[in-house]
Ligand binder design. Sequence first.
Ligand SMILES: Nc1ncnc2c1ncn2[C@@H]1O[C@H](COP(=O)(O)OP(=O)(O)OP(=O)(O)O)[C@@H](O)[C@H]1O
Ligand SMILES: [Mg+2]
Length: 397
Amino acid sequence: MTPSATGTGVSGEGFQPPARVVMIGAGQLARMTYQAAVDYGVALHVLATSADDPAVTAGAALSLGAYDRVGDLVAAAGHGDVLTFDHELVPPAHLRTLEDMGHVLQPNASALAFAQDKLHARRLLGGVGRLPVPMPAFAPAGTADDIAAFAVTHGWPVVAKARGGGYDGRGVHVLAGPDDARRLLPGSPGTAEPEWVVEEHLDISAELAILVARRPSGQFVSYPPVGTRQEDGMCRELVMPADVPAEVAGEATRLAESIVAGIDATGICAIELFWVADGRLLLNELALRPHNSGHATIEACVTSQFHQHLRAVLDWPLGPTTLVRPAAATVNLVGGAQGVDYAVRLPGALGVPGAHVHLYAKASRPGRKVGHVTALGASTEEALDTARTAAAILTEP
Ligand SMILES: Nc1ncnc2c1ncn2[C@@H]1O[C@H](COP(=O)(O)OP(=O)(O)OP(=O)(O)O)[C@@H](O)[C@H]1O
Ligand SMILES: [Mg+2]
């Protein structure tokens, strides 16, 4: 059996799937999208780097290949009518090539650029949509001197971010002074275009994520705002709805919707916002794909973000985003120094009433997201308490 024939997806004998979707990447987001594809009878084909990738072990049909090799992308693209993504790492030139060949990318290459390059997003979003997008003060940075020059105006500490390729806080550095800047960027600039963005360090009251789903024909829906809590730049816990005043939630939603429409994004989009101590609501970054902040939607909302993503990229009617209980919480399962024996741990976690456990079938490694637990409740506290109890059983030494 050749790799591309492995996994039959959902197409049984004689069954004509209502649509064929290709997803580039086969991590946990593709795994959960595949679960939704099964519900709809949609044939989901993934471009995987390994037969051990989470979407592949779940049963998705696959091509084996690299997301940065155009030939592999083209081969995978042939397995579907619509191409979508579980990460933002495909080189922009390859995205253009696929579009030039006539493949339908949802979201399209121009929209994806806003999620791929933090400097591009910061530079261009000021002028997008009905309202200019409020953002932290920022500057391009190629050298430690660029960072120090920015700090003259904005003060230390500052936050330096790699323009692309970062996730879970990798690529984000808080710099206390010029020595930190020199340690990060010891050399002189080797390239014409700076590879870093430097930003003012914000006093953040709350981090929000607004999930918006948008169809190519323009219809869009938003989910209740999610509140996220990070440790070392990595998201650990999420609550839905976020604990912010109604005016802030409303403004955040309007801002997110205007960004998504302004850049012509399609599919599910996550707009990460900072609510800062001085009252400003500022754009952090955006992801144009299913997102960690939306995992609670699987149990908490009438339509999960994964079902919604498929509906949106296929230009099918979007589903209601309403919460089915007053509150939901998700706790990410992050690998520690020791591996975890899930055969021993999982039954214990499932013994916590109301805990919904999701394991991504990824080996536990320090700092790696290997699953999540969601719980619903009459209050955020109740939901968090349940999810934390089950998560502790699964991860604590
Ligand atoms: N300007 C800032 N001031 C203070 N804290 C910041 C700032 N920018 C980012 N952070 C913190 O660092 C975290 C990670 O930043 P960012 O979302 O840009 O990185 P990332 O690695 O791309 O994230 P993700 O895990 O969402 O992919 C933020 O969630 C926030 O907690
Ligand atoms: Mg982020």
